[in-house]
Design a protein around this ligand. Sequence first.
Ligand code: IMP
Ligand code: MG
Length: 178
Amino acid sequence: MEDKIRVLLTEEEVNKRINEVAAQINRDYEGKQVHLICILKGGVFFTCELAKRLTVPVSLDFMSVSSYGADTKSSGVVCIIKDLDEPLTGKHVLIVEDIIDSGRTLAYLIEVLDKRGPADIHLCTLLDKPERRVKKQVKVEYTCFTIPDEFVVGYGLDYAQKYRNLPYIGVVEPGAGE
Ligand code: IMP
Ligand code: MG
């Protein structure tokens, strides 16, 4: 049975907003090199689109963490599946995520990465679901879209590893389709 997917944000809307956020980052990081940390797998599409629009010097690293299984509910446990390749000492770190939901993933990452001596750490997320926040202390500097409490897919976000490749953001209604 196929899942039904309702479009929440079109490709055009997403791209337009990424342009705006990239422009803001270019202003804020003027004269600095930004070290983007892409949070795999969900952050990969957004990281690429964002990085292409940055005019300040960029370096890139990747990290894979997990807090979800094949379900739509968080397990509450965050673990590192793949660590960074490079040290963070003295770098202007910008963590790039697909979505902040409970905030557990980003709270954990900030705690872990802050100990590695970066010059500073900021957060950039494509989507924010503030209604679901548990870790309320997490401060996100760059948010493309604030969305309601619905399970979304596309632009890197998955449902049981599917739909990451959709060029738009949609709400998945499991098993509701044909
Ligand atoms: P948090 O730790 O609860 O903030 O969850 C962050 C992670 O949960 C994200 O990086 C996503 O991988 C996943 N996640 C949260 N909400 C959604 C959603 O609506 N669709 C797909 N993945 C989600
Ligand atoms: Mg993720």
